[in-house]
Design a protein around this ligand. Structure first.
Ligand code: ATP
Length: 421
């Protein structure tokens, strides 16, 4: 859906590094998305190096064609940071040293046990008439200036400084330009192919242009991005979004593991915690990747006991007590070995569940009977176990991701069954 052009808007990304092949201007993408959420669209973007002359020329261009002008970068303390100076020059306004900002910057250095270098003084210079946007994550404050019918917003370059400043201080000030309301949701799906999803939901694609459905597929996970626009209220956008999501969920069922942006390892972790259950994993071809994903979640020590990385046959025998005869007879990549790995890691660690992965991640090591991408995943619980034979496509990393995804999903579906029955 086209966003309505309420006010001509431009973003200037400042920094000579952005004109090299090594850095990308991602700030403008972020700002654009947030502006679109308000119903504003961006007419112009420019990228300019640090030279004051070029900078002033970009600013003059922007002044000639836009009423809302964002600039990011060049607010630092060094000689080549010239954003404030260039805007002040074009606007013919003074730069005034702001004592409160200076104290804050000095204090920031003192807290870390340093004295403020004198070069940082210039970061406390404020363009006459501008409001200060505080920087909680760096020294350079942003500036908001309304003058001659234009709104000018200067923001720092580092994204981890810009984003919080934008959300806390710029977003509330931008609300007066809002022309419509947008709500978004991302449904994450595992266990269905993109084409299968398409056949299940294609008749639910909304004809109403205020609702958008976009499917993004990657190996092991599919995301459906839902966007709802309303000219009236965010409640209306939300209600329409909820109805659309409900319809899609009724078709996709428990293959949807999240609608709130959570990763699969977070969803499984939450379920384990809620049920007071614990987990251990035994990994061969994923080399610890499953354990890494599980322990990426803060608080995972509540439910994760241990991971055993048993890459070689001898390690499978020594660390997981997989019988040497079984390894010789069936091979390490087999349903039987996966099953024993899951059962034994559970019993060795006294966990409620054991998950195991053994397979051929490639690119070498495949055979006609056991091709690259063949992976066995196994789940063991008190009273039973389940083994899955999978044939994953893609490179080594893709096979490792899909293997860990499948293992987590086996546990998720088992935990769901416990809930319902
Ligand atoms: P600082 O106080 O850190 O110097 P600054 O406002 O002067 O803040 P720059 O020096 O222009 O920021 O940029 C610092 C870093 O921020 C750059 O090296 C780059 O990594 C990142 N950065 C700058 N502009 C952008 C941009 N448009 N998109 C993404 N990253 C950016």
């Amino acid at each position: 859906m086209n966003t309505r052009t309420a006010i001509p808007t431009e973003i200037i990304a400042i920094g000579s590094e952005l004109l090299t092949p090594y850095y990308q201007d991602t700030n403008s993408l972020y700002i654009t998305q947030r502006l679109n959420d308000l119903g504003l669209s961006v007419q112009f973007k420019s990228i300019v190096g640090d030279s004051p002359k070029d900078l002033q020329s970009s600013i003059k261009n922007a002044f000639a064609r836009a009423r809302i002008i964002f600039a990011t970068g060049g607010l630092g303390p060094t000689e080549d940071d010239q954003t404030r100076e260039a805007f002040a020059e074009v606007l013919r306004k003074k730069l005034i040293l702001n004592e409160a900002v200076l104290n804050k910057i000095e204090h920031r250095f003192q807290r870390r046990g340093y004295e403020m270098p004198s070069v940082n003084i210039k970061q406390a210079q404020v363009i006459q008439g501008a409001e200060i946007l505080e920087n909680e994550h760096g020294t350079a404050p942003g500036l908001w200036l309304e003058t001659d019918g234009r709104t000018i917003i200067l923001l720092p370059g580092p994204p981890h400084e810009l984003k919080p400043m934008f959300e806390y201080f710029v977003w509330p000030r931008l609300q007066k330009y809002r022309t419509h309301h947008v709500e978004r949701r991302v449904m994450k799906i595992v266990g269905l192919s993109e084409s299968k999803i398409e056949t299940l939901i294609h008749d639910l694609y909304p004809e109403d242009p205020s609702l958008q459905v976009t499917t993004l597929a990657s190996p092991g996970q599919i995301e459906i991005h839902l966007t709802s626009h309303s000219l009236r209220s965010s409640e209306e956008a939300m209600t329409n979004l909820a109805a659309l999501e409900k319809g899609l969920r009724s078709r996709l069922g428990e293959n949807v593991f999240s609608s709130s942006g959570e990763e699969l390892e977070a969803v499984v972790g939450k379920m384990l915690r809620e049920k007071g259950k614990t987990l251990s994993v035994a990994e061969s071809c994923t080399g610890g990747f499953l354990g890494h994903r599980i322990t990426n979640i803060p608080g995972s020590s509540d439910y994760f006991i241990q991971g055993i990385q048993a890459y070689s046959n001898s390690a499978k025998n020594r660390l997981l007590q997989v019988d040497q005869g079984l390894l010789d007879r069936r091979g390490a990549v087999s349903a039987e070995v996966a099953r024993v790995m899951a059962v034994n890691v559970k019993s060795i660690s006294l966990a409620s569940f054991g998950l195991a992965i053994t397979g051929i991640a490639g690119p070498a090591g495949g055979s006609p009977e056991k091709p690259v991408g063949l992976v066995f995943t196994a789940l063991s619980w008190t009273g039973g176990e389940e083994v899955a034979r999978n044939l994953f496509l893609g490179n080594r990393q893709a096979v490792k991701f899909q293997s860990s995804q499948k293992a987590l999903d086996m546990l998720r579906r088992h935990l769901l069954k416990l809930e319902t029955g």
